[in-house]
Design a protein around this ligand. Structure first.
Ligand code: SAH
Length: 459
C-alpha cells in the first residue's frame, strides 16, 4: 500500500492553495467542505476563486508564491500552470516537512486527494495511487449505485441512538447484534426507502421489547464458498461472512475467500483431506452446535456448494434437532466452476443432454457406483474426489461398456490461478494422472463435451 488512507479532521486548520485558476478553486472548495481555513496564493484569480473569496470562504494573498507563506500551514496544494512554481512549492514544503500535493504530478505528492463518495457521515474514498484517477472515478460511480444517499441518513440515525443503546445493552456482543438487526432488518429497509419516521419507530420498538434471549440467540450459516475464485461468492455468502463470530472452514476454502471473512472472527480449521480428517464429522457437528448454543454466529464455510458432496445435510441435522436456527447458502459447485473456467459446457445440444455428478471416493479400495447409468451415451459424468480411485474408475467404466475413446478431462484447482486442464480419453486418463501428478482438488469430467475445451478455453 503506497498511500495510507486517512480521514483527517481539517476543521479550522490552515491549508494553503497555490494558484488562482479553476483547478485551484476546486481544490480550495474541497478543503472548505471539510471546514479548513483556506488561504489562496496567486497574483491573479479566476471568477470562481473570486466568488469564494467574496463569500468569505477563503483568504486571498495577492502575490507570487514565497516559502514564508508555508509557515503554520498543515498542508499545501500547488495547482498553478507553471511547473517551476509547482516544483518550488514542493521543494519548500518538503524542506519544512509540510504535506504537499502538486496537482497532476503524482511524483510530487505526499498525499493524494481520492475520489470521494460523500454520504456523510458515511464517506468512501477511492484512490488508484495516482495511477488512474479515471478508474477511481468509475469505481466511485459504481459505488454510487450500491450506496444510495439514504445511507447517510441511516448512519445518522444510528449515531443518534448510540448512547441510548449503549446504556441499555451492557455487552459489546449484544450491542453489535442489536445494530446488525437494525441495519439488516426492517429499520434499515424503512430508512433506505425514505420512511425515516417509521424506521425510527421500529428501532425504538426493538429497543423497548428487546428481550435479551432473542438477541443472544446463536445461529449457524452453512455457506458455500465456491470453487476458489473469491469473485464467485454470492452476495449473501459475503454478507454472512462479514457478520460471523466464529468460522469453521476446511481445506477446500481458498485463502482469498478466507481473507473476506470479518477480521475479528475466530477462524477454526477443521481439515478434511482424503484419509486424513483433521476433525471427525461428528465432532464438527458438535462444535457447530456448541458454539451456536453459546450465542455465537457460527459460519460453516465449505468449498463449492454445501449440499453437493459437502455433508451439509448431516451438519444441519444436528442443529435442527437442537432447534438452533440455521441458513444454508448455496455456492458454485466444483462441476460448475471447473466446467466454466475450462471451457467445457456440461451440457450441449449436440453432445450431451444430461449431466451426472458422482463421488469417486474409494471405500475399502472399491467404487460402488451405478455403472450402467454412468456409461449411457450423450451425457456428461462429473466425478468428485476421483483422483485416487481413477484407475478403478476407468477400468470399471470400460468394463461396463463405455467406449475407450470417450473424451475425459482432469481439471486441477479449477477457477484458481493454479488451474490446469488435461484432456485425454477415459482409457488413457489414469496414465495422464500418473505422469502429470495433478494436485488436489482435481475434478474428472467425462463425455464428448470435453472436446469443446480446445475451442472454448478462455481462462
Ligand atoms: N462441496 C464441494 C465438493 C466437495 S468434495 C463442491 O460443491 O464443489 C471435494 C471434491 O470436489 C474434490 O476432491 C474435487 O474433486 C472437487 N473440487 C472441489 N473444488 C475443486 C476445484 N477448485 N477444482 C477441482 N476440483 C474441485
Amino acid at each position: 500500500m503506497e498511500y495510507l488512507p486517512l480521514f483527517v479532521d481539517l476543521k479550522d486548520r490552515a491549508c494553503l492553495v497555490v494558484g488562482g485558476g479553476e483547478i485551484a478553486a476546486r481544490k480550495a472548495g474541497l478543503l472548505r467542505k471539510a471546514n479548513a481555513n483556506v488561504t489562496i496564493v496567486a497574483p491573479e484569480i479566476s471568477v470562481s476563486t473570486k466568488s469564494m473569496i467574496d463569500a468569505g470562504e477563503a483568504v486571498w494573498l495577492n502575490s507570487l508564491f514565497i516559502g514564508e507563506q508555508l509557515s503554520d500551514q498543515l498542508l499545501v496544494i500547488a495547482a498553478t500552470n507553471d511547473e517551476a512554481v509547482n516544483r518550488d512549492v514542493y521543494d519548500q514544503a518538503k524542506a519544512k516537512n509540510i504535506l504537499v500535493n502538486v496537482v497532476d504530478s503524482p511524483e510530487l505528492c505526499d498525499f493524494i486527494l481520492p475520489s470521494i463518495l460523500d454520504r456523510s457521515p458515511i464517506v468512501v474514498a477511492i484512490s488508484s495511487g495516482g495511477q488512474s484517477p479515471i478508474l477511481a472515478r468509475q469505481l466511485r460511480a459504481r459505488l454510487e449505485t450500491l450506496i444510495p444517499p439514504s445511507y447517510g441518513r441511516l448512519a445518522e440515525l444510528v449515531g443518534r441512538y448510540r448512547d441510548v443503546v449503549k446504556e441499555k445493552l451492557s455487552t459489546l456482543a449484544m450491542r453489535r447484534r442489536f445494530w446488525e438487526t437494525v441495519l439488516q432488518g426492517k429499520v434499515a429497509d424503512h430508512v433506505l426507502a425514505g420512511r425515516d419516521e417509521l424506521g425510527e419507530q421500529t428501532l425504538n420498538a426493538l429497543l423497548a421489547n428487546n428481550d435479551d434471549v432473542e438477541l443472544q440467540r446463536g445461529e449457524v450459516y452453512l455457506v458455500g464458498a465456491g470453487p476458489g475464485d473469491p469473485e464467485l461468492l454470492t452476495f449473501k455468502a459475503l454478507r454472512l461472512m462479514q457478520q460471523a463470530d466464529v468460522v469453521f472452514y476446511d481445506r477446500l476454502v481458498s485463502k482469498e475467500v478466507l481473507d473476506l471473512v470479518r477480521r475479528e472472527a475466530e477462524l477454526i480449521y477443521v481439515g478434511k483431506q482424503r484419509a486424513w480428517h483433521a476433525v471427525r464429522q461428528d465432532e464438527i457437528n458438535q462444535l457447530l452446535l456448541e458454539h451456536a448454543q453459546q450465542g455465537k454466529r457460527v459460519l460453516r464455510l465449505k468449498g463449492g456448494d454445501p449440499f453437493i458432496f459437502g455433508r451439509g445435510g448431516e451438519e444441519i441435522a444436528t442443529l435442527a434437532e437442537a432447534k438452533i436456527p440455521f441458513q444454508v447458502v448455496p455456492g458454485i459447485t466444483a462441476a460448475s466452476g471447473c466446467a466454466s473456467y475450462a471451457g467445457i459446457p456440461l451440457t450441449h445440444r449436440d453432445y450431451s443432454q444430461s449431466c451426472i455428478f458422482v463421488t469417486g471416493q474409494l471405500k475399502e479400495g472399491e467404487l460402488d457406483l451405478n455403472w450402467s447409468a454412468l456409461v449411457q451415451p450423450r451425457q456428461t459424468v462429473v466425478v468428485y474426489m476421483g483422483l485416487a480411485g481413477l484407475p478403478t474408475l476407468s477400468q470399471q467404466l470400460l468394463k461396463h461398456g463405455l467406449p475407450a475413446d470417450t473424451p475425459a478431462a482432469l481439471v486441477q484447482q479449477g477457477t484458481t490461478e493454479n488451474q490446469k486442464v488435461w484432456i485425454s480419453t477415459i482409457a488413457e486418463l489414469p496414465n495422464v494422472a500418473e505422469r502429470e501428478q495433478p494436485i488436489a482438488p482435481t475434478l474428472v469430467i467425462i463425455g464428448h463435451v470435453v472436446t469443446l475445451h480446445k475451442s472454448l478455453a478462455w481462462f
